[in-house]
Design a protein around this ligand. Structure first.
Ligand code: NI
Length: 167
């Protein structure tokens, strides 16, 4: 397995729309393995393929404290949602920035599993927020897209400064 470079906002490749996975090939399994390793190393609680510049509908998530509960979503869709929740969101593509975003509190997700089977499940709270955030990535949306233009330009400046400092 290998660590993959993560695209940083405002990289235009983060705006690409991911294509559905037609078949779980060896290549897709390898992508899932590499994405999981990259997410754990970062460390983060979720990563969408878009963020590693692969434009297929694959997401990895692990919100457990013990980091041993990997959830892989392939071609995920939100088929029902209810309620409202404001969580403090961050993103591996927007390092060291957090802000409040309005999300549905409860969702029902239909997804393909790594085995190729289709499954439906309910999620709420942090897991629901995380799934909505990652599905947004597959559509080319980063959470800062929901913020004001002023905040967005501040974030771009801050990230540029951070990158210069780490060079
Ligand atoms: Ni993100």
């Amino acid at each position: 397995m290998a660590l993959l470079p993560i695209l940083e906002y405002p990289d235009p490749r983060l705006k690409k729309v991911a294509q559905p996975v037609a078949e779980i090939t060896q290549e897709i399994r390898q992508l899932i393995g590499n994405m999981a390793e990259t997410m754990y190393a970062a460390p983060g609680i979720g990563l969408a393929a878009t963020q590693v510049d692969v434009h297929v509908q694959v997401i990895v998530i692990d919100i457990s404290e013990t980091k041993d509960d990997l959830l892989t979503l392939i071609n995920p869709e939100i088929i029902a949602s209810s309620g409202e929740i404001y969580g403090d969101e961050g993103c591996l593509s927007v390092p060291n920035y957090f802000d409040q975003i309005k999300r549905a509190e409860k969702i029902t997700v239909r997804t393909m599993m790594e085995t190729g089977e289709t499954r439906e499940f309910n999620a709420e709270g942090l897991l629901a927020v995380c799934i909505q955030h990652e599905i947004d990535h597959l559509r080319g949306i980063v959470f800062v897209d929901y913020l004001s233009k002023l905040k967005q330009s501040r974030i771009v400046k801050k990230l540029k400064k951070q990158r210069q400092m780490t060079m």
